[in-house]
Ligand binder design. Sequence first.
Ligand code: UDP
Ligand code: MG
Length: 323
Amino acid sequence: MTILAIVVPCYNEEDILPETIEQLRALRQQLIDEQLISSESKIVFVDDGSRDRTWSIIYKACLRHEEVKGIKLAGNAGHQNALLAGMFAVKDVAHCIVTMDADLQDDIYVVREFVCKFHEGYDIVYGVRRKRDVDSYMKRWTAETFYRMMNRIGVKLIYNHADYRLMSRRAVEALQQFREVNMFLRGVVPLLGFPSAAVYYDRKERKAGVTKYPLMKMMRFAFDGLTSFSMMPIRFVSLLGFCSFFVSVLFAIYVLFLKMTGHTQTGWTSLILSIWLVGGLQLMAIGLVGEYIGKVYKEAKQRPRYIVDIDLLHWPMMASCDG
Ligand code: UDP
Ligand code: MG
């Protein structure tokens, strides 16, 4: 029977975690009762270097419940890397892996449909939010702009899908072959090309704790996604530079013509304007080139994406030494 692993990245989630653990255990039990998954199925919490009591909550839950497992990363590796750490750790013991946030915003009972789709033969099942009324206007607007922009430059993102999805073991194994350090899962997973399906659900309010994606971090995430997948921005800037060069050549001819015909201008305004315009364009171009060079630099170093501190998953003795 299908062994399911639910992977939950957690960063400073002490407020909600006890409830998340209970709800996911109940969900797992329900799916076992319905004979959809095997009793070997696990719930794996990845502590992404939290500074609060998150790890101690996970650790205690691991001691108390055999189906709960924990992995503690040595530092804050970021949401995407925490997801990868969890998925790569469980892929050998699970047939399929569901990833979800710790904050219970995404309806956890959708997992049942995920598993049904998996049984129908899909390797990847995306959870797609039907409506996002609970998100702030700003969050919705930025997200929408981001999806639209990515689609325009040719990156096939699933609209309104975050990192709530099921992946089969072979899909995760294929994912492991993508060696980029800066992993943007939402962009990479559709690239795998395995049979995929979508399941729709309503997004709820965050029950406790605060979002770990404030506006600046979200913009950073979006910009990372954009520059990881496309050379379009850099080409756009080159084009802009080329156009402004062309315009300045025309302008120069015009000014020379004026000078020759004796209509010399005082020219202060146009001078200042063009200095600022070209200077700005140059700075923008340099910044963007720098962004890509930074990416190459990061990839060239081939640093590990995350470092595991404690791995209770591969430490089966833990379950039996109840304290
Ligand atoms: N998270 C993480 N590492 C981080 C930031 C976030 O593991 O550096 C986790 C967080 O605990 C949560 C999930 O990633 O389980 C998504 O974060 P959050 O709910 O704050 O994002 P939002 O849903 O508001 O976009
Ligand atoms: Mg959330």
